[in-house]
Design a protein around this ligand. Sequence first.
Ligand code: FAD
Length: 116
Amino acid sequence: PTTDDCPADVETLGRSTWTLLHSIAATYPKTPSVSQQSDLKTFMGVFSRLYPCWVCAEDFQRYMEKDHIQVGSRDEFGKWLCEAHNAVNVKLGKNTFDCSKWEERWRTGWKDGRCD
Ligand code: FAD
């Protein structure tokens, strides 16, 4: 049976949310304006308080307190977000992701052409 029309569990919510967040990183400017930087900081701060998995949100807020968000460029934010995602991967016992590849995964597609 399909479960597409049921409320999202923590896994589905997480996968969808990482897709949104990494896609925001992928479209974030290489040289963002002051107001774009400020928007992203505000968005991520509010996000960390509203994320509808409360234990996840609490841990993510704590993560942001010790590892301050980087919004100076696409590359900075993309790498910061990748490290933040890796911290969750470690907590959940999942494999970590090679952050030198975040743009291939989320922006350009893989060099082998499988996304073309
Ligand atoms: P996901 O972790 O959802 O990843 C989706 C895809 O992203 C992967 O298939 C891979 O291609 C790619 N990817 C993986 N790692 C990275 C990376 N470091 N950088 C870039 N791309 C990457 N779940 C809990 O059970 N407990 C929690 O406390 C918790 N906290 C969360 C906090 C946040 C902010 C978010 C967004 C989600 C959280 N989740 C939590 C959900 C969890 O991270 C996963 O989304 C969920 O377990 C589904 O995992 P998955 O294996 O399908 O892949």
